[in-house]
Structures are given as C-alpha cells and as structure tokens.
Design a protein around this ligand. Structure first.
Ligand SMILES: [Zn+2]
Length: 114
C-alpha cells in the first residue's frame, strides 16, 4: 500500500526533526498533498493513526492534510485549467501539448509541538 510507505517516511522525518530539536511531544503534523499525487487522504489518516502509536514522541500527534488542486497549463495558448476535469487536453484550444503545473506534491508543511 502506497499510503503506508508515505506514512513511514513521514514518521521517520518527524522523529528525526523532533530529536534534532529536543522535542518530547509532537502536537500535529501538516501535510500538503497534490490532488493527482495518487495519495488518498483517508487511507493516509488510517495508516497514520496506526503508525503514530508506535512512537512515543508522536503518539498524540494529529495528522492535518491540506489538498493542493491539480492545475495544468497549455503550451500552445497559455491556458491554465483543472487537470482532473480535462486531463491532458486543453479545454480552450484542444491541444495535447500540456503539462502539470501543480498537484503532484507531497510535502511536510509543518510539525507543531506542544
Ligand atoms: Zn490551449
């Protein structure tokens, strides 16, 4: 499961950051996840709730997920449009010469401590 791998990565990163800053308890972790990153927030939360209990430092930490909308841009006419609705075809000129501007992100935005 993709989400479980992501959670292990986040746990490792949060743990390391907590150790470096001599933090004893993490309050919440905020992630930014792109709409087309392939990560399903509900699964991620489930995995998180399981994984955090294994680490004393983040036992109580809540996972906050911010979704970033997917946006594509057309190289031919410059139109920016919603990727999920139109996929790779520009809704303005019909060109397939498009690329993803944002929406594939996976970032740890913030680690909050008590
Ligand atoms: Zn276009």
């Amino acid at each position: 499961m993709h989400e479980l791998g992501v959670v292990f990565y986040v746990v490792r990163d949060v743990k390391q950051t907590a150790e470096e800053n001599a933090v004893e308890r993490v309050d919440s972790v905020t992630l930014q996840i792109g709409e087309v990153s392939g990560i399903i927030p509900e699964y991620l939360t489930d995995c998180w709730n399981w994984a955090r209990r294994r680490e004393a430092v983040m036992e109580e930490a809540e996972l906050v997920i911010e979704q970033i909308d997917a946006l594509s841009r057309c190289e031919d006419c410059g139109e920016e449009y919603a990727t999920v609705q139109h996929a790779k075809i520009c809704p303005r000129c019909g060109s397939g010469n498009t690329y993803l501007v944002q929406g594939n992100e996976f970032l740890i935005k913030e680690i909050a401590v008590c």
